[in-house]
Every structure is written in C-alpha cells, then in structure tokens.
Design a protein. Structure first.
Length: 59
C-alpha cells in the first residue's frame, strides 16, 4: 500500500494506492498509434481538454 499526505492552504489531501494481487495483469496486444491514442489534460482555463479537440467547462 502506498500513502501520501499533502497539506495545502485549503486543507489536507491523502492519496491511497492499493495493489490487489488477485486481479490479473492485463496485456495489451494493440500497438499505440496517433489514430488509437487519446490525450487528456485537466487544467486551469478549461476543466477537461481531450485531443479530439473537445473542451468541457468547469462545473
């Protein structure tokens, strides 16, 4: 288990990561190309921008 703590001006944040050995590992048989790859960026000006290009406003 991985744990990280972060203290910022607006509060405390905790990240927990857990590895479950009973979940099988996935193997990918697809070769990544520009046609089958999608980029996602979450930023300050737009809430979500994907490489299609589509933007989502903040809620």
């Amino acid at each position: 288990m991985y744990t990280s703590y972060l203290c910022l001006a607006d509060g405390y944040y905790v990240t927990l990561s857990l590895e479950d050995k009973s979940v099988p590992a996935l193997s990918c048989e697809v070769e990544p190309t520009l046609k089958n790859t999608l980029g996602i960026d979450m930023g300050l000006n737009e809430f979500l921008v994907i490489s299609c290009p589509v933007a989502s406003e903040r809620v």
